[in-house]
Design a protein around this ligand. Structure first.
Ligand SMILES: [Zn+2]
Ligand SMILES: [Zn+2]
Length: 253
């Protein structure tokens, strides 16, 4: 088992400690974990200016030193809307992170909260969302695209056209970046991971081969959640799970 998307107290919306995740991961038999705290430059986000790389690295190095082996602990971050903050991204990427997840949470000042859902249908919101995703994939600078169909977690449904997905996935592959399978939607009562099987098949049809799997845990108990469901889905489709170390992909058999 691996879990490459985990939030700690270095994120504005988590109080979980790295050492507690490590103990829980060992208890669950998880071999590799990666801490990926939020980095947000959108001033509407609660996490705006919250992340401190030096604090992260201080905590990370301390738990790495104290950890008595038996588990691989990697360092990463989840960067919101990379295409809009490329300078900040380049600056942060100078630290020796293993993995950078790029995620779209915001479209300007819009988050898929209830108020926005009352104003925009799923079709309208997703149409705007895919344009942001495409821009961020075109801009690049990260390794893994996080929870590609994120509004699904709020709308409970998805809208897309083959054409737009094709454009996003072929650009992703061209840029040598990959998709994440994020299992947090399953904990919110949805039946599909983000993305689900349909989008993964379009990804594969457009040259996508690799994925990472992450729980998006914000509390210790959620580490590794629904890993097996995600793993068996990618095995059915024929995609390969990878781990990123020092920002290089390594295939897991
Ligand atoms: Zn996210
Ligand atoms: Zn996250």
């Amino acid at each position: 088992m691996k879990d490459l998307h985990i939030h700690t107290e270095c994120s504005c919306d988590s109080e979980a400690k790295m050492e507690d995740y490590i103990s829980e991961a060992k208890r669950k038999g998880i071999e590799t974990i990666c801490f990926t705290d939020h980095v947000d430059w959108n001033s509407n986000d609660y996490g705006y200016h919250y992340y401190e790389p030096d604090t992260f690295w201080e905590r990370f190095r301390a738990v790495k030193n104290e950890s008595d082996g038996g588990i691989e602990v990697l360092a990463g971050f989840e960067f919101g809307e990379p295409h809009l903050y490329q300078e900040q991204l380049t600056e942060l990427a100078k630290y020796p992170y293993d993995l950078i997840i790029g995620s779209i949470h915001w479209i300007g000042d819009m988050f898929p909260c209830q108020q926005v859902r009352e104003q925009y249908s799923a079709k309208e919101f997703f149409t705007l969302y895919w344009q942001e995703v495409l821009k961020t994939v075109q801009a690049g600078g990260f390794d893994v695209l996080g929870h590609i169909d994120f509004p699904k977690r709020y709308y409970g449904e998805i809208y897309y056209t083959e054409a737009v997905m094709k454009e996003i996935f072929s650009t992703l592959v061209e840029k040598d970046m990959i998709l994440e399978i994020n299992t947090s939607s399953l904990r919110k009562g949805h039946t599909q991971t983000m993305p689900g099987k349909e989008l993964l098949e379009i990804y594969q049809a457009n040259g996508g081969k690799y994925v990472t799997i992450g729980s998006d845990a914000h509390v210790v108990e959620d580490i590794g959640a629904d890993y097996k469901a995600a793993k068996s889905m990618i095995e059915d489709i024929g995609l390969q799970e990878v781990v990123c170390r020092q920002r290089k992909r390594q295939i897991i058999s």
